[in-house]
Design a protein around this ligand. Structure first.
Ligand SMILES: [Zn+2]
Length: 573
């Protein structure tokens, strides 16, 4: 397919050029073209579908014209033509977004059925995702759509399942109990029942705002736990056969190998609950009692977060926004797993979005979708780890690159090179605080002069839960608590305590980020010499105005954004 580079993303019209061909070939007259254009623009319906559905021209004529215009063959498409191995190479979201279905595959190329011209960005995304060069064939959209629905099915769960949440626990207990009583330990729940159980479990997790569902086997029972606002709580214990049914069902839906129980696997379940699309990443890990299963909600809504809403202090935010205006260098974000790094990184990217930048992300896995960005999943099975992908991405000369994580020397080194050669690179590490990142980079063999030249900003973060506004209780901090917070003993300070009510049950609702923002100052750059001690970096950063995570946490406690218990739980002292 010839490139249709559309530099102005705001007024994108993939059919520009083709419209003239339709008139030139006499498929439409000028008036018909204008009305198809107008209807398409005002309803958001696809231009070709408008022409065909409103009877302006037969589909065959429109598509033949497009085939000639794009210089690719036009053919019919039936489900049997499609090789499932090809389908596996293209992620669902990308296939739907570009309205293509992979048809066949060989060592060099993947053949994709498309129904409309694709811009360069979309073609690049497909090429990156498949690791192959794409060849196109033109097919009718209704055929492609039904193939997409067939090969990337979405599981529907009714809204009633959510309203029956309270019954969930009873149902699982009942199912488990009944089976035990009847001593049919080896029998399997029938398919319909196990489907129902998983549906209810998922609906219940959505209603409770859980981010993860854990199904963990034990010697004679399995435990189901939910993670809500970052904290894991037990939901229910279930009998082994209920566990087996839940795991099998989840594996079927996420297209994992049911028979494979000894090796970790992961996949995605695409679900529609009521009228809301909720997708889950499913991962299995073998344990001595069988497979342990984690289902994580892939929440597409939380990624648009305004940086102001993440919890940055006003002056820290100014420093971050300043760093994002740098044309090149490294911006690094650090903290333990689940501390909100991905959300922060995406907020940073969105801050760049809209400017004239080309953004590429390399992630393991790609969890959030971002328009106008090329998103590439790491695939270690075919040797496509962070470092090799980053090297190949650099050949496409993007302005901004997000690398999911720097966890080895090779990636660290390639990232530093990228930052030195005119790219702004964002990535994450696992360290206790921001100063420690510099030491970690040195440990991974990045030369000190590289670090000095390339690192622009380091952000450390944690997530702390907010006390539920309906049940929190205000109280005067004790002398011990004042001293713990580093405040004078005679100060009178009101802070909140979490209590718990039917609305929140845990006493908490939602979370806020606690950040430590450390810009690379000239004095810290000077410290980047072999053998530098972590304490020296920390001291210099504090002298330069950086605050510790604890200090920023205390500030959040005093503002009523979180509680003292909570920052004790999540922050290093
Ligand atoms: Zn409450």
């Amino acid at each position: 397919m010839p490139p249709h580079d559309v530099s102005d993303h705001t007024e994108q019209n993939e059919y520009e050029g083709f419209e003239d061909v339709l008139v030139a070939r006499g498929v439409l007259d000028a008036g018909q073209l204008e009305s198809a254009r107008t209807i398409s623009r005002s309803t958001g319906e696809d231009f070709v579908e408008v022409i065909v559905e409103r009877g302006l021209a037969p589909r065959q004529a429109v598509m033949s014209a497009m085939s000639q215009y794009l210089g690719i063959p036009y053919r019919s498409l039936v489900t049997d033509d499609i090789d499932p191995r090809a389908v596996k190479r293209i992620p669902r979201n990308m296939a739907f977004e570009s309205r293509v279905i992979p048809v066949s595959i060989d060592a060099q190329a993947i053949v994709l059925a498309a129904c409309a011209p694709l811009d360069v960005q979309a073609q690049e995304n497909l090429s990156f995702a498949s690791g192959l060069s794409p060849a196109f064939t033109l097919c009718d959209w209704p055929d492609i759509r039904s193939a997409l629905d067939h090969f990337y099915p979405r599981v529907a769960t009714s809204e009633e399942a959510i309203s029956e949440d309270e019954e969930l626990v009873c149902v699982i207990r009942l199912e488990g109990g009944r089976l035990e009583e009847e001593e049919c330990i080896d029998s399997e729940l029938d398919e319909e029942k196990s489907a129902d159980l998983l549906d209810r479990l998922i609906a219940s997790s959505v209603k409770r705002r859980a981010s993860d569902i854990y199904i963990e086997p034990g010697a004679d029972k399995a435990t189901i736990r939910f993670r809500v606002d970052g904290v894991v709580g037990k939901v229910q214990e279930v009998a082994r056969e209920v566990y087996a049914a839940l795991v099998s069902r989840a594996k079927i839906l996420s297209e994992l190998d049911i028979g494979e129980k000894r090796r970790p696997q992961d996949g995605v379940i695409f679900m529609t609950i009521g009228d809301k699309d909720v997708d889950f990443r499913v991962a299995t890990v073998p344990t001595i009692y069988g497979e342990s299963l984690t289902m994580r909600v892939l929440d597409q809504t939380s990624t648009g977060a305004d940086m102001r809403l993440l919890g940055f202090e006003e002056n820290d935010l100014a420093i971050v926004l300043q760093a994002l205006r740098e044309p090149s260098g490294l911006i690094l974000n650090t903290g333990p797993t689940g501390c909100g790094k991905t959300t922060t990184m995406y907020s940073m990217l969105r801050n760049l979005d809209g400017m004239a930048t080309k953004i590429v992300t390399i992630e393991d896995p790609v969890e959030y979708r971002m328009e106008n960005a090329t998103q590439i999943p790491v695939n270690n099975a075919i040797g496509m780890g962070f470092a090799p992908l980053l090297r190949s991405v650099l050949r496409h000369d993007p302005d901004t690159i997000l690398v999911g994580e720097i966890r080895d020397a090779e990636t660290a080194h390639t990232a530093a090179q990228a930052g030195l050669t005119g790219h702004l690179l964002l990535s994450t590490l696992h360290t206790t605080d921001a100063p420690e990142v510099l030491l970690r980079l040195m440990e991974m063999g990045v030369e000190h002069f590289y670090i000095r030249a390339v690192v622009k900003l380091i952000v450390a973060q944690r997530l702390a839960r907010k006390p539920c506004p309906q049940c929190r209780v205000s109280y005067k901090a004790s002398a011990d608590e004042l001293s713990e917070m580093g405040l004078p003993a005679d100060q009178s300070v009101d802070i909140f305590r979490a209590v718990g009510c039917p609305a929140c049950s845990s006493g908490y609702r939602d979370r806020t980020g606690i950040f430590q923002v450390m810009p690379m100052t000239p004095k810290i750059e000077e410290l980047m010499v072999p053998g530098v001690q972590l304490d020296a970096i920390r001291r210099e950063a504090l002298d330069d105005g950086m605050r510790t995570l604890w200090q920023n946490g205390v500030k959040k406690v005093l503002e009523g954004q979180t509680t003292l218990e909570e920052i004790r739980r999540v922050l290093p002292r």
